[in-house]
Design a protein around this ligand. Structure first.
Ligand code: ZN
Ligand code: ZN
Length: 356
């Protein structure tokens, strides 16, 4: 399926600066998201990109001849390996070419060594670094993806009642998203009752019971860009203990959101939310990090976790998603999608939260 490259274009100036700073003559791009970001070509799983200081070549196969012409800012060479590597060989001979250690397989690296007379340099996170701060066009795409998810939620959340299967809720959300031109950003979670204790529960055939909490984590994907949001709702009337847990997570989330602005360390945001849950005896139950960046990948930098060195800047788009998970009891997660603005932040996810 072909999508138009409305958004993904990294400024060439920033690419040149990156190559100069890293003392590289070029980069061999194999991450699908990085390839899309740099070239505009949307099927990066079936393509590679050779990026040099003054030129670039997209390598893909004959299934994509037309699509490459339509989408790619770089000329395409249509072939399968090893013909692609042989075509590139003269351009890389004697040069320092970086490869993406997280995205190139051991076998592919061995192939490069056989076919190229180049100095191959292991790199990590270079293009991901460029992707941290979104362009205006990217922000609009993320906003549009989130708006689809919000509309889907408002059409579906009334159906989250005792007697309905988790999967039916996930299916209904997906249907609503597709009706609005999106696709699923990831496999949705609809976790009811004790399933709520599993942060990535998926959506099973379990029937939602009376007076349970139901955690729903879902998102839309549009033009390659993702949205990500979680709401926890009560089916029937959850008891006092479940309500206490819900309010604790809501309080932690609100405090973290209020603190989002440029210059804030992501690790400090994680600590802020964690301290609130810890003060209520729930620190242990907060079993994951506070959040992550969202863009061409559903999970990307900046990373909102204790070990993160990342600092927020205007144009970053991040989630804030504290949660707590108590085996045998259930769980709560509340997640919003935020844009960091010059003055603070804008919450992109507009869906109301349950009052429990
Ligand atoms: Zn999520
Ligand atoms: Zn998330």
């Amino acid at each position: 399926m072909s999508e138009h490259p409305v958004v993904a274009v990294a400024p060439e100036r920033r690419l040149l600066e990156l190559l100069t700073r890293t003392e590289l003559d070029g980069l061999w791009i194999s991450s699908p998201e990085n390839l899309r970001y740099l070239s505009g070509f949307s099927d990066g799983r079936d393509a590679k990109l050779l990026l040099l200081k003054q030129s670039g070549t997209l390598y893909t196969d004959a299934r994509y001849t037309v699509q490459a012409q339509e989408q790619s800012r770089y000329p395409a060479f249509i072939a399968r390996p090893p013909a692609t590597l042989d075509q590139a060989a003269p351009q890389v001979a004697g040069r320092r070419i970086g490869f993406e250690a997280e995205h190139l397989t051991v076998a592919q690296l061995a192939d490069l060594k056989v076919h190229w007379d180049a100095e191959l340099v292991e790199t990590s996170g270079l293009i991901e670094g460029l992707r941290l701060v979104k362009s205006q066009a990217e922000i609009e795409q993320l906003r549009a993806a989130q708006a689809i998810a919000d509309a889907a939620w408002s059409a579906v959340y009334h159906s989250i009642v005792p007697g309905v299967a988790e999967r039916e809720i996930a299916d209904a959300l997906l249907y609503q998203i597709r009706q609005r031109g999106g696709t699923a950003a990831f496999d949705f979670t609809v976790a009811s009752g004790p399933n709520g204790a599993k942060p990535h529960a998926g959506a099973s055939e379990r029937i939602i019971g009376e007076n349970e909490l139901v955690t729903v984590d879902f998102g839309a994907k549009l033009g390659g860009y993702h949205s990500d949001m979680t709401r926890t709702v009560g089916a029937g009337n959850p008891g006092q203990e479940l309500r206490r847990l819900y309010r604790a997570v809501l309080e932690a989330e609100a405090a973290a959101i209020a603190a989002v602005k440029p210059g804030v360390r992501c690790a400090d945001l994680d600590e802020l939310a964690r301290d609130i849950l810890t003060s209520q005896g729930l620190g242990e139950a907060f079993a994951h990090s506070l959040g992550h960046g969202v863009g061409l990948a559903i999970h990307e930098g900046p990373w909102l976790r204790a070990s993160s060195e990342d600092v927020l800047e205007p144009g970053m788009v991040v989630t804030i998603e504290p949660g707590m998970y108590l085996p045998g009891v259930g769980g709560v997660r509340i997640e919003d999608l935020l844009l960091v603005t010059p003055d603070g932040h804008e919450v992109l996810s507009q869906s109301p939260k349950a009052e429990l």
